[in-house]
Design a protein around this ligand. Structure first.
Ligand code: FES
Ligand code: FES
Length: 210
């Protein structure tokens, strides 16, 4: 048996508002009213911390020294270093966070500098291959093991190895293989690189082979 209540439920509830009326009241479809709302919101919003799009002055802390430069906010740390600071050790190969040729150490961690905006790197401690210098255990081990051919990937590998060893002082061969998995070498010097990292570990902190 059908009750009154059932038939009421089957019907859409009637309200004083129609969808068309609601949208009209909100200004949707009129354009002018919508734009007016946006303008009022923009006026009411506090000024955001916006930089650019033109070049802005920034300061980077690279290898323990402040470096002042003026770059557009879209410029990567890699391009800022290479094009504005004459720091060309980090290489631009894939420019999309795949090969590791641009590796630097930022706040103690290896990062792809092509994946970091220069403006965002302000206030961070950045170490590059130039700051590491040639007289360090990692570079020396790379030389000992002939861990480069064309050498284009080498600065990135050295920085990745340094960043890795700082956190894994006693790695096994397998650890090294995985730890440096984010760096590619087109010349195929992987075995030399891995041996070099193990030697550097030994010379730095007495690491173990495995
Ligand atoms: S150039 Fe940055 S990861 Fe390849
Ligand atoms: S030594 Fe040539 S790309 Fe690695």
């Amino acid at each position: 048996m059908s009750s009154k209540k059932d038939s009421e439920l089957a019907q859409p509830a009637k309200t004083r508002f129609s969808r068309r009326g609601f949208l009209g009241g909100m200004g949707v479809g009129t354009g002018a009213v919508g734009a007016g709302l946006l303008e009022r919101e923009a006026e009411a919003a506090p000024p955001a911390n916006v930089s650019g799009p033109g070049a802005v002055p920034i300061t980077l802390n690279i290898n323990g020294k402040p470096a002042k430069l003026t770059v557009e906010p879209r410029v990567t740390l890699l391009d800022a270093m290479r094009d504005h600071l004459d720091l060309t050790g980090a290489k631009r190969v894939c420019d999309r966070g795949v090969c590791g040729a641009c590796t630097v150490i930022m706040n103690g961690k290896s990062v792809y500098s092509c994946n970091v905006l220069a403006i965002d790197a302000q206030g961070k401690d950045i170490q590059t291959i130039e700051g590491l210098g040639v007289n360090n255990p990692v570079s020396a081990a790379f030389v000992n093991h002939d861990a480069q051919q064309c050498g284009y990937c080498t600065p990135g590998f050295v920085m990745a190895a340094k960043g890795f060893l700082d956190h894994h002082p006693s790695p096994t061969m397998e650890d090294v293989k995985h730890g440096l998995g984010g760096n590619l070498c087109r010349c195929g010097t992987y075995m030399g690189v891995r041996q070099a990292v193990l030697e550097a570990a030994k010379n730095m902190k007495g690491g173990k082979n495995g």
